[in-house]
Design a protein around this ligand. Structure first.
Ligand SMILES: Cc1cc2nc3c(=O)[nH]c(=O)nc-3n(C[C@H](O)[C@H](O)[C@H](O)COP(=O)(O)OP(=O)(O)OC[C@H]3O[C@@H](n4cnc5c(N)ncnc54)[C@H](O)[C@@H]3O)c2cc1C
Length: 356
């Protein structure tokens, strides 16, 4: 925008730049990133297999439905695209405190000593959102969240075009646990394995998720040619606020996007699409506000986001309590034994359309 500059302030997370981990990108994320002309290096996932111990059902996906992309590649591509359009990218820079002027957010203090003044600010500082919390955002305690952890292991099947959804999570004592796991080929002699458990599981905070992840990888190691001693990287357990449980997501001069605004999908935990979509919507209302010389367009952001993510949020609020209950523990594995159940799970939890 003529006469306006944009700065991206990004504190580099500890593992950035040397992570093996990949993300599963769904159609929405891939499509939005293409619209933004972000150049991606990814490999297409053509099939999904629902596994329950040794049982399994494989379903072909519609072309262009899912991709595997390394986290580092995606972040590097986003930074490069930002630079290409004239954004000043401040890497390894932490926004430490808001600059408040007569009650309005007017930028951020970065690295404790430098002031970055801004007419409008988009806050996308992730699930913990320390900067957002500083401005008064909070997660509603009465709404569910997800807990997830992932890691990478060497695998000689990393060029597979199948993602494995494991419906056989077990606790340390071997008893079944609600939630699901995934094994995603990274395309570089390794596989990303992860698990996600809903907070509607009654004792979720006391579950050792690392052990649940190792149990899951152990169960599927033969299928994926994984050597259990070949752990390359193990992520930290992370809470994922989902389904619009965080608010407020806008103020007179700022909007909140991504995990900081709980845009991740409440059922699958897939969050890149919600982050990219909310980022686009945030960019639109800020550009309109600058164009009109008034902040009124920011008020549109909430309804735009609800229009984009509302259907999944409503479904999440109904289904998450069911998925965390023992019914979910016994119902989910049906998808590994019945094609009908597999298709139903793909359509409901993963919001994915099938080939036929
Ligand atoms: C284990 C796990 C596996 C997942 N797998 C998938 C998957 O396969 N597919 C998928 O679609 N989603 C997945 N998700 C969800 C996905 O990771 C998130 O929804 C997505 O990363 C949200 O993007 P974001 O930009 O909002 O937040 P983040 O990706 O967390 O990025 C926030 C950025 O803000 C920076 N930051 C934080 N505080 C500050 C500050 N004060 N100043 C400056 N910078 C700051 C951080 O360093 C980080 O770079 C997974 C989540 C977890 C926990």
């Amino acid at each position: 925008m003529r006469g306006h500059s944009v700065a991206l302030v990004e504190q580099r997370p500890p593992d950035r730049g040397r992570s093996h981990r990949s993300w599963l990108l769904n159609y929405e994320a891939f499509n939005d990133l293409q619209i933004l002309e972000v150049k991606l290096r990814s490999h297409e996932i053509a099939n999904v297999r629902f596994s329950h111990h040794h049982a399994g059902i494989e379903r072909p996906l519609r072309a262009g439905t899912a991709y595997a992309i390394s986290q580092d590649n995606l972040f590097a591509a986003l930074r490069q695209r930002s630079r290409d359009v004239g954004v000043e990218v401040l890497e390894d820079t932490r926004a430490t405190a808001p600059i408040i002027d007569r009650g309005f957010l007017r930028g951020a203090l970065v690295d404790n000593d430098r002031e970055l003044h801004a007419e409008y600010t988009v806050i996308a500082d992730g699930a913990n959102s320390t900067f957002g919390r500083n401005l008064g955002t909070y997660r509603r305690r009465d709404l569910p969240y997800l807990i997830a952890i992932n890691g990478t292991w060497s695998s000689n099947l990393s060029n597979s075009t199948t993602v494995d959804i494991a419906l056989d999570l077990t606790r340390s004592d071997g008893s079944p646990l609600a939630g699901y796991g995934w094994l995603l080929p990274n395309g570089n002699d390794s596989v990303t394995a992860g698990i996600v458990v809903p907070s509607t599981v009654r004792d979720v905070e006391s579950v050792n998720l690392q052990q649940v992840l190792l149990n899951m990888v152990n169960t599927h190691a033969d299928t994926w040619g994984v050597d259990l001693d070949s752990l390359l990287e193990l992520g930290r357990e992370r809470r994922l606020p989902v389904g619009g449980s965080v608010g407020p997501i806008l103020g007179p001069t700022f909007v909140v996007a991504g995990d900081a605004a709980s845009t991740a999908d409440p059922l699958s935990g897939i969050g890149v699409s919600g982050a990219v979509r909310s980022g686009r919507l945030a960019g639109n209302v800020v550009a309109d506000a600058i164009g009109e010389g008034a902040s009124a367009p920011l008020q549109r952001y909430s309804s735009d986001l609800s229009a984009a993510l509302g259907r999944r949020r409503r479904l999440g609020r109904v289904l998450l309590p069911v998925l965390g209950h023992k019914f979910g523990r016994f119902a989910l594995p049906l998808a590994a034994h019945s094609r009908f159940a597999a298709d139903a799970l793909l359509r409901s939890t993963f919001d994915t359309s099938l080939n036929d």
